[in-house]
Design a protein around this ligand. Structure first.
Ligand code: PLP
Length: 392
């Protein structure tokens, strides 16, 4: 039997990908050939998961936690999440509305599958995390971009977002602080959006707050949870991957509104049953243990942020705004005369510096390249010297 005879579902052709993983694979291949590649491509902290978190998982495994758990996660984990939401956002939530899943991505996939079908519209940030657009297209819904533009500091204009809502709009995806731009939506704009959404009660909101604890220069993270009148249609996505340097553990959560939580649990049962048990214990230790490592990591990112922006602005043809959140710089590279993809490919091939073309995050990412500064100051300095050697 050959592959050509297999008849796959039509929507499979519309499923996209996350190019950062392709760049990672090419960077690894170059490394295997003996090149010293500096990876500023992948979006994950270069720190190790703190010891007390690792130990909690080891202990759980030694204590025999090897079986299935309830689909939304063990109760102590969901209680720890509820306590953390109260600590961070000052909002009391019911652990029964929390569904823990293998990574932040799973919540976005579930939310998009719940609302997406032909005829429906889903709004998403562009440039933005590539899985939003990919999953919306896969669902058959129309993907309606919310432009995040450099001259608005990669935030949005609430009036413009509201003007894009139609009777077919079912879900609005917001991500602040944002990947890939490092932009964060200021409170005044979020207030306007939240107020305007009162006139559109048919629109659910997926608020991706996975970088919520990574803001700089005193910028506050504005959680969608601050708006009480939206809570019955708000899906708040967060997780452990970035905050606790736990990308490989695969652990995320969402707070679901009453009307959707059962559907989320049903999707979990159909899809993955539960998060692996040991990881759930690690998740409790992360939330209930000391938070020093989080603060230290954010402080380190802040220092690197200053350095990378300064160095990027010294490169001919590049200009870079100072990001206010997450751990990405998103310089405008239009002055090089090259496309984003050409810059990405040239930096990897000639400078052995991995980055990700802005177009990997949507068509509005043309003219930009994402540099992750989740790497050491030394590596950032050497990487930018190599980039400068090409352009200056
Ligand atoms: N949301 C955003 C905006 C992200 O940038 C990422 C990862 O890069 C995720 C969600 C997914 O996180 P996880 O690795 O926990 O699935």
């Amino acid at each position: 039997m050959t592959g050509a005879r297999l008849q796959t579902a039509e929507n499979l052709n519309r499923l996209g990908t996350e190019s950062a993983f392709e760049v990672l694979a090419r960077a690894e291949a170059l490394k295997a050939e003996g090149h010293e590649v500096i990876n500023l491509g992948i979006g994950q902290p270069d720190f190790s998961t703190p010891d007390h978190i690792v130990e909690a998982a080891v202990k759980a495994l030694r204590n025999g936690h090897h079986g299935y758990t309830p689909a939304p996660g063990i109760l102590p984990l969901r209680e720890a999440v509820a306590a953390d939401i109260a600590r961070l956002h000052g909002v009391e939530v019911d652990p029964g509305n929390i569904v823990c899943v293998p990574g932040g991505k799973v919540t976005m996939f579930f939310a998009i599958m719940m609302f997406g079908e032909p005829g429906a519209q889903i709004m998403y940030p562009n440039p933005g995390f590539p899985i939003y657009e990919s999953a919306i297209n896969y669902s058959g819904a129309k993907a309606v971009p919310i432009p995040l533009l450099e001259d608005k500091n990669f935030s949005f204009d609430a009036a413009e977002v509201l003007s894009l809502i139609t009777p077919a709009t079912r879900l609005l995806i917001i991500n602040t602080p944002a990947n890939p731009t490092g932009g964060a939506v200021p409170r005044a704009e979020m207030d306007k959006l939240a107020k305007g959404l009162e006139n559109h009660p048919h629109v659910a909101i997926l608020s991706d707050e996975i970088y919520g604890q990574m803001t700089y220069d005193g910028h506050e993270h504005v959680s969608m949870l601050s708006y009480e009148h939206l809570r019955d249609r708000l899906i708040m996505l967060d997780g452990w991957s970035k905050t606790y340097a736990m990308t490989g553990w695969r652990l995320g959560y969402a707070l679901w509104p009453e009307g959707l939580v059962d559907a989320a649990i049903r999707l979990a049962i159909n899809c993955h049953s539960c998060v692996n048990a040991g990881t759930q214990f690690a998740g409790i230790a992360a939330l209930e243990g000391p938070q020093d490592s989080v603060h230290e990591m954010v402080q380190a990112f802040d220092e690197r942020r200053h350095m990378i922006v300064e160095l990027l602005n010294k490169i001919a043809g590049f200009s870079c705004r100072t990001p206010t959140g997450a751990f990405y710089a998103f310089p405008n590279i239009s002055g090089t005369g090259q496309s984003a993809r050409e810059v990405q490919d040239m930096l990897l091939a000639d400078a052995h510096v991995a980055t990700v073309a802005g177009t990997s995050f949507g068509h509005l990412g043309e003219d930009y390249v994402r540099f992750s500064y989740a790497n050491s100051l030394e590596n950032i300095e050497v990487a930018l010297q190599r980039v400068a050697a090409i352009y200056n």
